[in-house]
Structure formats: structure tokens, C-alpha cells
Design a protein around this ligand. Structure first.
Ligand code: DP6
Length: 327
């Protein structure tokens, strides 16, 4: 089969997990140990353009206008190979991706990146995949990307194999009053990859079996909170779930933490605000940065307080975002 040089651009947004994914049971297919739930964010996204071109003698891969190599390139090629297999083509692709996310700052650019790649590459190869199939494909680049195919509140069903492991939308969050304030403490690349760190947690943390139980309970609570629009239940459960995930890195051998001194200080500030009747809750992914969940009524106060502490340029407010878009 020959391919035309159709160039497709797709946009996918990042997501923050409210019930975290932390551990795989299949490293190659990226099948997680547990389900997870996230919220897709409007203002952090990746735009990816893909064209298959039979003039190319290798895949040409660029992120933010710079060629990528090694591990990063291998993961992109893995997704391209899956697309080539599905479309029954063997043409190389030109991929160009632009992040509107501080790279690897704990704002999960891999989630938006692989979701946008799955969408753009499959369409450019002439495929018309369902969102479920896109979620399966994005998952094999980076687990959290399976959730970025959808907008609003999303659940990734762990499943047991490629067929059964994909995300679905729980609620678009359009009728929800929920804001997310990202506190950027460090923009540089994380030193401990989440892939490696979660493997260490599964293999060495004595608390890992308990984590599975924590997640099973939190999934029920957060689902209930989403359905009943209970912001405080959603926020408090998310915050505790994040702290318990980070307890897994602290209890791994060798032990480490993604938190730095400022993470701890700002987490204390969130608690202090809460003690003063500002309803806000914190969550932290695989980096030192914090995302604060709040409602419109408290947004300005939260932005002011944290801007004074870390500078207004490091405080970015956003709201629930949508699923894949083709530009
Ligand atoms: C802490 O999806 O980046 O953000 O599947 O190995 O690529 P890989 O990991 P990744 O891990 C995300 C971890 C997390 C929690 C979450 O998003 O659920």
C-alpha cells in the first residue's frame, strides 16, 4: 500500500492524576498495576504534526524544534511502528512536536505528547481509530497519555492486556467549578524518570501491596465525589493519594523523593490556607512542582499568596480541558 504525504496536526492536553498511576505489571505494553483517575488541563498541551513520506530513509523526530535521540526517540518510534503495523505501511515519518508545557517539570509533557502523537500519526497513516483505540495506542508510549485522549475527568482501566487497558471519560467537567493552579518550582528535566522510579517502588517498597488497597478505595471515593460534585471530598482524597504515592518513593530501596525543600514549604502553605477557610488541596506528580485544586471563589487569593512566595511567572492557573483536537 502506498501512502500519500498527508500532514496531520493534533493537539492533546496534559492531565493531572487525582488517583495516581504508580507501577506497571507489563513494562512493554504499559499495563498498570491499578486503575487511575485524572483531570485533563486546558492550558498545558502539545501540538504534534506527522507526515509519512516515502522519500525519507529514517524517521525524522523533533520536539520543540530540536532533534531527539536515544530513549526519547525509541519511545516515539515504538508508537510509529505500531501505527505502521496497523496501517500496513513501512514508510518513515516526519514528526514535529511543540510543547506548551514546561518540559518534564512534573507537568507530564509525555502524557500530552504521546496522546497527540497517537492521534496525528494514526490519521496521517490513513487510519480512523476510535478514541478507545487511540487511548490504547497512546498508552504504549507513556501510560498517563492513555488518559489525555479524553477531556475532563478520566479513568484509565488497568485491564490485563492491550485490549482491556484503556481510558474512558467519567465526566467532561464542563459543569464543574474546579480550577488548577500550577506552582512551578523547577523547570529543569526531572532526574529520576517515572518509569524507573515506579519500577523500584513495585520491586522494593514494602508498602506497595498496601498502595493497591489505597487506590481501590480512593477510586471509589473520587468517582463518588465527581458524581456528586463534592469538591472537598475530591480535593482531600486527591491530596492524600498523592502523599501516599510519594511515600512509595521514600520507602523504595534506594529511597528518594521528588520533593525539594520548597515543595514541602508550599505544601504547608496549602494546609495553612485551608485552616483559614480557603478550600484548596495539593497534588504532586513525578517532580517537585505542585498543582493546587481550588474553586473560582478562592482563585484570586491563591494566585496572590503563591505569587508573593515564588513570583507571578511561576504561578499558572488553568481549568479542565478537552480531549484530542485536530488542527
Ligand atoms: C506520577 O505516564 O510518565 O504522573 O508510563 O512510564 O511513561 P510511563 O510513566 P508516566 O507516569 C506518570 C506518573 C504520575 C502519576 C499519573 O500521572 O498517574
Amino acid at each position: 500500500m502506498t501512502t500519500d504525504k498527508q500532514e496531520i496536526t493534533a493537539r492533546a492536553h496534559t492531565n493531572i492524576a487525582l488517583v495516581k498511576y504508580w507501577g506497571k505489571k507489563d513494562d512493554n505494553l504499559i499495563i498498570p498495576q491499578t486503575d487511575s483517575i485524572s483531570l485533563t488541563l486546558a492550558d498545558f498541551y502539545t501540538d504534534t504534526t506527522v507526515a509519512f513520506d516515502d522519500q525519507l530513509s529514517a524517521d525524522s523526530l523533533k520536539i520543540d524544534n530540536k532533534p531527539i535521540f536515544d530513549k526519547e526517540a525509541l519511545k516515539v518510534q515504538k508508537v510509529l511502528d505500531l501505527v505502521r503495523n496497523l496501517a500496513k505501511i513501512n514508510t518513515y515519518a516526519k514528526v514535529s512536536s511543540t510543547n506548551h508545557v514546561p518540559m518534564a517539570a512534573g507537568l507530564a509533557s509525555s502524557a500530552s505528547g504521546f496522546a497527540a502523537l497517537a492521534a496525528a500519526a494514526s490519521r496521517a497513516a490513513g487510519l480512523d481509530l476510535s478514541d478507545t483505540d487511540l487511548s490504547r495506542l497512546a498508552r504504549q508510549g507513556s501510560g498517563s497519555a492513555s488518559r489525555s485522549v479524553f477531556g475532563g475527568f478520566v479513568q484509565w482501566h488497568s485491564g490485563n492486556d492491550n485490549e482491556t487497558s484503556f481510558a474512558t471519560q467519567i465526566d467532561s467537567a464542563q459543569n464543574w467549578d474546579i480550577k488548577v493552579v500550577a506552582l512551578i518550582i523547577k523547570k529543569s528535566r526531572k532526574k529520576h524518570s517515572s518509569t524507573q522510579a515506579m519500577r523500584e517502588s513495585v520491586e522494593t517498597s514494602p508498602y506497595y501491596p498496601v498502595w493497591r488497597q489505597v487506590v481501590a478505595k480512593d477510586l471509589k471515593t473520587i468517582t463518588h465525589a465527581i458524581r456528586t460534585h463534592d469538591f472537598d471530598l475530591l480535593g482531600s482524597t486527591s491530596e492524600l493519594n498523592a502523599m501516599r504515592m510519594h511515600a512509595l518513593t521514600l520507602s523504595s530501596d534506594p529511597a528518594f523523593t521528588y520533593f525539594n525543600g520548597q515543595t514541602i514549604e508550599l505544601l504547608e502553605k496549602v494546609k495553612e490556607l485551608r485552616a483559614n477557610n480557603v478550600n484548596c488541596y495539593a497534588t504532586v506528580d513525578a517532580g517537585p512542582n505542585i498543582k493546587v485544586l481550588c474553586q473560582s471563589k478562592d482563585l484570586n487569593q491563591i494566585i496572590t499568596v503563591f505569587s508573593q512566595l515564588i513570583g507571578p511567572e511561576n504561578v499558572i492557573a488553568t481549568e479542565p480541558g478537552s480531549g484530542i483536537q485536530y488542527l
